[in-house]
Design a protein around this ligand. Structure first.
Ligand SMILES: *Cc1c(COP(=O)(O)O)cnc(C)c1O
Length: 469
């Protein structure tokens, strides 16, 4: 070891010395004594290691403290980071799906801060029911007789299958045995629910006679699944929900319709294609309908089961229901979200999911034009920035083939794939990460879901991207 390095090793402040430094008190107040001590120890030891590795100088106490602060700040940052979703997928499952309405956020906060009458009947002073808070609202909005809520739609499907068809057959068309993603495969869910899967028909064609031939005394239910994330085209045939409900009724077997996303309103009003509404599914004669809370509905993660009162009662007696129930926070957010649907005229203003989906293209184009120069300035000459038209998706399996005209920026760096990766990484490393999508050798930012434009611009000041020479 060099003479100079030995000398400076000797001059290094001790852990105690740094802990006694007046500025350390603020760190201790903010991060706690144990965390701070640990960070000081680690900082000093890594500085010592760099000295041994050939580093010439050791920082002074202020320098050490700055490193300690940086380490503490990094460790205390949540890994669940707020970000800008510029992927063009409005309901992105990996980015947390729906953003809640202000009303829902406030209701959830109120429920978090206080004790609430979640299962307490204020009239009688006796035990109340968790589902009472939503039942009336959901029944009004869907025309169903009764309703219950669980953790998510996967849980809703699992619970329905287990309640109505444990040890029995569940009849499903081969054209509807879907995988939703993230290990949610219909056949596997059925097996876990204790149900015998009876596949009928073929991938592209299933007829009424296929259902009729499969029905027997051991049949627990007939399941119809909305093939939400793909579509079979060409020589196809499926049995309509209405016809299926007549077949099921004649055999005294319940028909369950898993709508997946499900929507409570006619989306054609907002210029989108018509997705079957929950009300339609109920009116077509399904005995039970299941759908998600955080897809098109625009609320928190939840799964709704609506339909016949006698069947909902049996579901509520299943002990599994207890394991799949929702907490007061989400219940409050669900209630507030559903209440917004009572005023359809203002819904697109108040519900972010719908606001994003219905956003006028001229509005998005104007934003893209405004931001082009800002982004260009942040990047310098090595990246070409163009305003482009692009197409957004709803996401989470709703209207899979439908894309919505949108606008954004295409960032094309000189130098190919590696540089494009580096560019995407630089945007992901911003204080508030910006997530776009890569397509045709460019990083695409679709601005449909960008509502905090000033925040986006401020954030760019921290962009650290250097094009390779
Ligand atoms: C999304 C989806 C599910 C799962 O719903 P989660 O709310 O994500 O649990 C089940 N069935 C269908 C048809 C779906 O589209």
């Amino acid at each position: 070891m060099a003479e100079a390095a030995l000398l400076s090793l000797r001059g290094i402040p001790s852990v105690d010395q740094i802990l006694r430094h007046p500025q350390t008190a603020t760190l201790i107040e903010r991060y706690g004594r144990a965390e701070t001590t640990d960070a000081v120890r680690e900082t000093l030891s890594s500085l010592r290691a760099s000295l041994r590795g050939g580093e010439k100088a050791f920082p002074d106490e202020a320098g050490v403290l700055a490193s300690v602060l940086a380490l503490l700040a990094m460790r205390s940052r949540s890994t669940l980071q707020p970000l800008f979703n510029l992927t063009g997928t409005v309901l992105h499952t990996n980015l947390g799906r729906a953003i809640l309405a202000k009303e829902a956020v406030e209701a959830a906060m109120a429920a978090m801060r206080q004790t609430v009458s979640i299962e307490f009947d204020l009239e009688t002073g006796k035990r109340g029911e968790r589902d009472d808070h939503l039942r009336g609202l959901i029944c009004d909005l869907t025309g169903a007789e009764d309703a219950t809520v669980v953790n998510n739609n996967a849980a809703a499907v699992l619970l329905v299958l287990n309640t109505l068809a444990e040890g029995k057959d569940a009849i499903v068309s081969r054209g509807e045995l879907i995988e939703i993603g993230g290990a949610f495969r219909m056949p596997e869910i059925m097996a876990r629910a204790g149900t015998r899967l009876v596949e009928i028909g073929t991938t592209n064609r299933t007829h009424a006679k296929d259902y009729i031939a499969a029905l027997r005394p051991e049949t627990g239910l007939v399941l119809k699944v909305h093939t939400s994330n793909y579509r079979i085209e060409g020589f196809t045939s499926e049995v309509s929900a209405r016809e299926l409900s007549e077949i099921a009724r004649a055999h005294r077997v319940p028909l369950v319709n898993d709508l997946g996303s499900g929507t409570l309103i006619d989306l054609s009003r907002y210029g989108l294609s018509k997705e079957p509404t929950v009300r339609d599914a109920v009116a077509e004669g399904a005995d039970l309908v299941t759908f998600s809370g955080d897809k098109l509905l625009g609320g928190p993660q939840a799964g709704f089961i609506v339909g016949r009162k006698d069947l909902i009662a049996v579901i509520n007696r299943n002990p599994m229901k207890r394991a799949l129930r929702v907490d007061k926070i989400r219940l409050a957010a669900c209630e507030a979200t559903l209440k917004l649907y009572r005023d359809p005229d203002r819904l697109a203003e108040r519900l972010p999911t719908l606001r994003f989906l219905a956003r006028p293209i001229e509005d998005i184009e104007a934003q893209a034009n405004r931001l082009a120069t800002v982004v260009e300035r942040a990047l310098g000459d090595s990246v070409r920035v163009n305003v482009v038209s692009c197409r957004s998706q709803i996401g989470s399996g709703a209207l899979p083939l439908e894309t919505i005209p949108s606008a954004g920026l295409a960032l094309s760096p000189c130098g190919g794939g590696k540089v494009l990766d580096a560019l995407s990484r630089a945007f992901r490393r911003l204080p508030r990460p910006v997530i776009g999508r890569v397509s045709d050798d460019a990083l695409i930012f679709d601005f449909r879901c960008l509502s905090n434009e000033p925040g986006f611009v401020e954030n760019l000041a921290f962009l650290d991207f250097k094009a390779p020479p």
